[in-house]
Ligand binder design. Structure first.
Ligand code: BV8
Length: 243
């Protein structure tokens, strides 16, 4: 157990996957394939042009096969495995890099590229190919009812009870690679602070909620997160040398 902390909550955003080659939203100035993200990442956008939105997510799902976890993903997974206390990992990302980096549990509050949601029966099923009007739900056998299992703007994020339960207990909150622009995720630091947690922000630049953090560690997550995790685990082992 670290001298100071026993219940850590980590929130990651697109910046944790940037060094793996996954483009961030901010770097694209909110544009994606020349579309405003809010236009394609919304139920209205899907209703307006389902083929465009399916294509947008099919491209991103296919791109997962071309990227690998980076040292930040590996360090977070190591912390989850080796820290002698609780570690809750919440991600806004829809890629599978935390899982492939070895994280045993990941709370995907905005859904996952490798999952499809059936509008007919509500079934969420793993899906690693393309989605389209001819895709058939494995549960209800309807076609044309599958959409990306992604939380779009205006939709209720997943796993909010689990996120809030962890935030209310946290004594340490880490935000890694997130601009703090999208709620409710951007409000998590304030909840953790109200619970008495110490808050550290890992980013290349200040986020929209930097003022809520006690510490700022500037630099690429792939460099700074492994360094920080090494330090914490060494500190924990010093305090509590294993027999
Ligand atoms: C909801 C899936 C109700 C899609 C996403 C006004 C005020 C408050 C809220 C609202 C408001 N108006 C509208 C809202 C609600 C809205 C919202 O917040 N809008 C914003 C634009 C104001 N939110 C919603 O609609 C949410 N639902 O509110 O429902 C509700 C609320 C509470 C409880 C119940 C119900 C749903 C939002 C989910 C939208 N879906 N993702 C997809 O992926 O295609 S959002 C998407 O954008 C991401 O998931 C993420 O959340 C967000 C982008 O943020 P980041 O991940 O931080 O990425 P970004 O590119 O912005 O930043 C990258 C950062 O990394 C930068 O800071 C950069 O410096 C840093 N970085 C880059 N490289 C590195 C690095 N850092 C370290 N190392 C590096 N190498």
């Amino acid at each position: 157990m670290s001298a100071r902390f026993s219940r850590i909550v980590i929130l990651t955003g697109a910046g944790v996957s940037a060094e793996s080659g996954v483009p961030t939203f901010r770097a694209s100035d909110g544009l994606w394939e020349n579309h405003r993200i809010e236009d394609v990442a919304s139920p209205e956008g899907f209703a307006r042009d389902p083929a465009l939105v399916q294509h947008f997510y099919n491209l991103r799902r296919a791109a997962l096969k071309t990227v690998q976890p980076n040292p930040a993903h590996l360090a977070i997974a190591r912390l989850q495995r080796e820290f002698d206390g609780e570690v809750t990992l919440i991600t806004q990302n829809v890629d599978d890099l935390h899982e492939r980096g070895g994280s045993p549990e990941v709370l995907h509050m905005h859904g996952e590229l490798l999952s499809a949601l059936c509008l007919q029966c509500g079934q969420r099923s793993s899906w690693d190919g393309g989605l389209g009007a001819d895709s058939i739900c494995r549960k209800c056998r309807h076609d044309g009812t599958l959409r990306p299992d992604i939380v779009w703007f205006g939709e209720m994020p997943y796993l909010q009870d689990e996120c809030l339960e962890a935030l209310h207990r946290a004594d340490l909150f880490l935000a890694i690679g997130t601009s703090g622009r999208v709620y409710p995720a951007a409000g998590f630091v304030a909840i953790a602070k109200r619970a008495g947690a110490h808050a550290i922000e890992f980013n290349l630049e200040p986020s929209d909620v930097s003022r809520d953090f006690d510490e700022h560690i500037s630099g690429p997550a792939g460099v700074e997160v492994p360094k920080w995790v090494d330090g914490l685990l060494k500190d924990s082992n010093r305090q509590d040398p294993r027999p």
